[in-house]
Design a protein around this ligand. Structure first.
Ligand SMILES: [Zn+2]
Length: 273
């Protein structure tokens, strides 16, 4: 098949039914990267937060077994929100190698992806991590070209400062966050079930306020059991975690799209941008 755009012979059919070679397909994706990010920050990035907050509100009025199911959904939203954020981080980090939309949508969480994010954060700190994503320090926005008006500078500066503060908070979550994500990545794709009675689970005591998530262990020989709390304080903290990663995604995207013009997106962010 011949590429519709350049005539190269190695064309494949794209999602919109055109034939494109890998070079032209990537060029097309780069042309939609900015709009994709902008839309995601305004709308898609909030989905986990909206679901988790609705569950937390419903939980107050629910009986104990419904509470456990709602609690589990809140945990799942945390894992999903953090996965989305780590996917965005990897996509922006690799922005010179592949279109951002490809990095975000093609991201699959695995243990190394979660660990490498937390290693980067704790090893280099928030400022260096943001710099690796092409984002300057909030104070450097004073040096932006005159094409940015006062209001834009103020918004970009606020987004960068908030992202910096949220990354610091996320660093404090490392032990919990990394373990939750590594566990989640192992279980993804495998069937999992919930239980609220542990009598038949030898050696596992489940208190009244806990729910257990069961999955087959990776070697297939046993069960992995994750005990999760369902009290409002614990779940409130989980929802705070969702708020942090959601706000991070939105602020990082806002600053990134504001600071990179159409030419940078089109040319794949040549070094020195
Ligand atoms: Zn082509």
């Amino acid at each position: 098949m011949v590429c519709d755009a350049c005539g190269r012979p190695e064309g494949g059919v794209t999602a919109v039914g055109e034939t494109a070679c890998p070079v032209c397909a990537d060029r097309h994706l780069r042309s939609i990267d900015a709009d994709f990010l902008d839309d995601y920050a305004r709308f898609g990035a909030r989905s986990r937060q909206v679901v988790a907050e609705a569950c937390l509100r419903a939980l107050v009025l629910s009986d104990s077994s419904d509470r456990k199911l709602l609690a589990m959904t809140i945990y799942e939203q945390f894992v999903a929100a953090a996965t989305d954020f780590i996917g965005l981080y990897h996509a922006l980090l690799n922005r010179r190698n592949q279109p951002i939309v490809k990095g975000v949508l093609g991201f699959e969480l695995d243990a190394p992806a979660a660990v490498s994010f937390f290693n980067h954060l704790s090893g280099s700190g928030p400022a260096e991590l943001l710099l690796a994503l092409g984002l300057p320090h909030a104070e450097q926005t004073a040096a932006l070209p005159a094409t940015y008006d006062r209001r834009e500078r103020k918004q970009i500066k606020a987004a960068l400062a908030e992202a910096h503060a949220d990354l610091e908070r996320l660093g404090e979550f490392r032990t919990v966050g990394e373990r939750a994500l590594v566990n989640a990545s192992r279980r993804l794709g495998g069937p999992r079930t919930l239980t609220d009675r542990a009598g038949w689970l030898a050696g596992k005591h489940l208190s009244a306020g806990q729910v257990a998530a069961l999955a087959l262990s990776r070697d297939g020989r046993g069960l992995e059991i994750n005990l999760l709390g369902t009290d409002e304080d614990t779940l409130g903290a989980v929802v705070d975690g969702i708020d942090i990663v959601t706000r991070l995604s939105r602020n990082i995207i806002f600053a990134f799209v504001s600071l990179n013009g159409p030419a940078a997106f089109r040319d794949g962010f040549p070094s020195g941008d």
